[in-house]
Write a protein that binds this ligand. Structure first.
Ligand code: SF4
Length: 354
């Protein structure tokens, strides 16, 4: 069904409990109709917090010298991938700060290849599915990653409003380049994921409605978005930019519902930033139409050093505890986890058909 921008703005503006519940139910039934009730799990491996960028909102930005920088070694990453596979997750996400040097690119290619090899099993003859989230790269690099075996890529636009984008990023980070990267990723054949921050200072409901229309216009397959939560050691800290926790949380859920209603067959992640604001937030997102969760699978020793925002949850549990915890919570909602499958977004296969 095609929605106008005003209709989307009205969805996002919903605050009354009964109206929110109506929106939630509509989104949930569109999810069931288009994607079924399965929840897909992706083991999240944050393998390095070294970043050459300085996004104004991000706790691991280059200029934050309070952060202890790390890059996990090959053994550590492979171990996390194997544990994800043994937990039946079917896919992993390899995420890091942005680096474009040859050493980094070579490392990512070799680790992708090794993970594909080492996680082959009867259930997953091609190994686990691999999503990369390592920022803006050249076309040549994206092709190398793809040829190594990554088949999904997450690159959030953060805001589809170029002026707002420019306010939250330093001058050298160009909106046009982010768009170009998304186009190149699609051309290469990746399943592409993008997303935005919700509740940014100066962001209007119209901006957010435009974000959803933007996802549609670029034919995104996967959406990962969450409430803006300030980090104390950034230019967008809470002192300078007081934020309304409840509003951002509510908007986060409304955005999931509205995105489901407009985009129908995409995969939508329920992100940990919802959980950072409210206990059970990640499960709540699933009830508003999300169908993907990315349980933390980074080794415990460094998890505390990958803080894009303050109050990140799941820092102290073991990888096993996190895997079994998420299974229990999803099943308690009456949703089924799809184990040992890539869980590719149906939209990717439906592109151009609707
Ligand atoms: S958001 Fe990503 S690219 Fe920007 S500073 Fe943080 S890790 Fe680096």
């Amino acid at each position: 069904m095609a929605y106008t921008k005003n209709e989307i703005i009205n969805m996002l503006a919903t605050v009354a409990d009964d109206e929110v519940e109506k929106l939630r139910q509509q989104a949930y039934s569109v999810m069931l109709e288009n994607c079924g009730s399965n929840v897909y799990l992706r083991g999240l491996i944050e393998f390095s917090n070294i970043c050459t960028n300085n996004c104004n909102y991000c706790g691991i930005r280059k200029s934050n010298h309070k952060v202890h920088r790390y890059q996990l070694n090959r053994e550590n990453i492979l171990q996390s991938a194997i544990m994800s596979m043994k937990s039946g997750f079917g896919s992993v996400v390899l995420q890091s700060g942005q680096r474009q040097d040859a050493e980094f690119v070579g490392f990512v290619c070799s680790i992708v290849r090794e993970i594909k090899q080492i996680t082959k099993s009867e259930m997953l003859p091609n190994g686990v599915g691999i999503t990369l989230s390592v920022g803006e790269q050249s076309e040549e690099t994206y092709r190398k990653f793809f040829d190594a075996g990554a088949h999904r890529y997450l690159l959030r636009i953060e805001s589809s409003n170029p002026e707002l984008y420019a306010k939250i990023h330093p001058g050298e980070m160009k909106f046009e380049n982010r768009l170009h990267c998304l186009e190149v990723l699609k051309k290469i054949g990746y399943q592409i994921g993008t997303g935005v921050m919700i509740g940014l200072p100066g962001q209007t409901l119209e901006d957010l409605a435009n974000d959803i229309l933007f996802f549609k216009s670029i034919d995104a397959d996967m959406i990962g978005m969450g409430p803006f939560i300030p980090h104390k050691d950034t230019p967008m800290n809470e002192e300078k930019f007081p934020w309304d926790k409840n509003r951002n949380y509510r908007l986060g859920l409304n955005m999931i519902a509205a995105t489901r209603l407009v985009l129908e067959d995409v995969n939508i992640a329920s992100t940990t930033s919802l959980q950072a604001i409210a206990e059970g937030g990640r499960e709540h997102g699933l009830m508003f139409g999300a169908n993907v969760i990315m349980p933390q699978q980074t080794c415990q020793e460094v998890r505390n050093e990958y803080l894009l925002y303050d109050g990140k949850p799941f820092l102290n549990e073991t990888i096993d505890e996190l895997a079994s915890g998420v299974k229990q919570k999803v099943e308690a909602l009456g949703r089924k986890i799809a184990f040992n499958t890539f869980g590719d977004p149906l939209h990717f296969f439906n592109r151009g058909k609707k």
